[in-house]
Design a protein around this ligand. Structure first.
Ligand SMILES: [Zn+2]
Length: 113
């Protein structure tokens, strides 16, 4: 269960942040989920809502922003959003591309009290 370990590290990250800011509770957790991260947003939310009980995130809202896959062409330098499951530069047609965004899940913002 991939989402469980993701939620566990997310919760401890929230815990650390709250401690560092002397916050008593977290009201909103905003994450960015890359389309390539393999994380199923619906399932992540379900898992988060289950495991946030009795933590600093109890009562917080999980906001998920889905991040498109952004590729950068190493041939022409163009940066583009991948619309199909095809790692080819739409500008020049080269397949010498690297992924610059959309691969992982990141904690973007926390609201706390
Ligand atoms: Zn290109």
């Amino acid at each position: 269960m991939h989402e469980l370990s993701v939620v566990n590290s997310l919760l401890s990250l929230c815990e650390d942040n709250a401690k560092a800011n002397n916050a008593k509770k977290i009201t909103k957790v905003e994450v960015k989920i890359g389309k390539l991260s393999g994380i199923e947003p619906h399932f992540l939310k379900l898992t988060f809502d289950t495991f946030k009980e009795k933590t600093i995130c109890e009562g917080s809202e999980l906001v998920m922003n889905i991040q498109d896959i952004i590729i950068k062409c190493l041939a022409c330098g163009a940066q583009s959003t991948l619309t199909r499951n095809e790692f080819i530069c739409p500008q020049c047609g080269e397949n010498d591309v690297e992924i610059v965004d959309g691969e992982e899940m990141l904690l973007m913002r926390l609201e706390m009290e």
